[in-house]
Design a protein around this ligand. Sequence first.
Ligand code: GDD
Ligand code: MN
Length: 364
Amino acid sequence: MISVIIPTYNEAAVIQETLRRAAAALRSVREEFEIVVVDDSSADGTTERVESLASEVPVRVLRRPGRLGLATAVLDGGATARGDVWAVMDADLQHPPEVLASLAKAMREGADLVIGSRYVPGGGTSDWTWVRRMISRTATHMAATVLPLKLASVGDPMSGLFMIRKSALENAQLNPLGYKILLEIIAKAHYTKLVEVPYVFQEREKGASKLGARQYLEYLQHLLRLAVGTGQLWSWIRYGVVALTGAVIDIALFVFLVKKAGWKPTPALLLAIEAALLNNFFWSEAFTFRSGRNVALHPGVGRRLARYEAICTPSAGLNFMVTGLWMTLDARVLSAAAAGVVAGGALNLLINIPAIWRTWAGRR
Ligand code: GDD
Ligand code: MN
């Protein structure tokens, strides 16, 4: 049985339509289900509207005192759920309830965690402005950068629409904060098959969003706490130390070859950058991502090396161009090499971390 958990805070205008459409969707695929509305003392009559529908739809209300937050609402609702599967969905119709049918189908086909995703082919965000799109994408990318091994392979880890097998949550020590309970679940639940099902996030037609500055702040706090809790902070520290050794090798070798060995800048730079890449690869293998310590490595050291070189090509190229350009403007070899390293490193840090880390582990 599926227990659909719907958190509400002042959603009277839409809740009945949501419940009707959710029930119709699950009936259309012959799923047994119950719906739990977790309401935080809405003042607009949300719970009355839910209860007046109880003869039509198998729904009950869990009332909580005051506004206690979305993530804890989901867990409190889950604690009273009778199904072996939890479905989580917003009340405001921004998650089209019909998607529940596709999620249920994927569960039946053996998934343990199914995510309704805006960021896989077929999914989307209706008519968001580019600013809103960029904020959402940036926040998603930040999650993948802070927790590359867990979140980088998921298209929409911040989704509020998903299903999870209850057995995957046993011993999972969920520690909810703010809005994004799914982050917590992806990072800590015990699932083997994760599937993303595309959906288009709808505009909110009625009621108002509850997302504000406080929720953005909690999001950052949540990411950091997960990095500590999953041990990925330590991978990050090791990764940073290795990156520093690479930077030193790049700069020192370039300066040595040009100033002491009399090489031309171009071959010296190519050799220095490649030496740094090989250094970083070697120490990542032997130290940062050593098998058995924190990750299950992707097979084949040769394939890992080829992938690593390919993914680092843009930042190596940027390093090369910046150093070269700096040399033509101002012949100081040391500062030119340092500028190149900073530019290449910044590109990696801002854009490439998720892809680089997936050289060693995580879904590709
Ligand atoms: N019980 C309870 N308590 N419900 C809440 C609370 C709360 O403190 N805050 C919000 N809700 C309910 C709302 O009533 C709504 O049903 C749902 O949670 C989502 O709130 P919105 O304010 O509409 O969120 P959003 O549209 O900005 O973002 C949603 O969609 C995103 C994309 O899938 C959330 O689900 C995000 O987590 C999700 O990333
Ligand atoms: Mn919403």
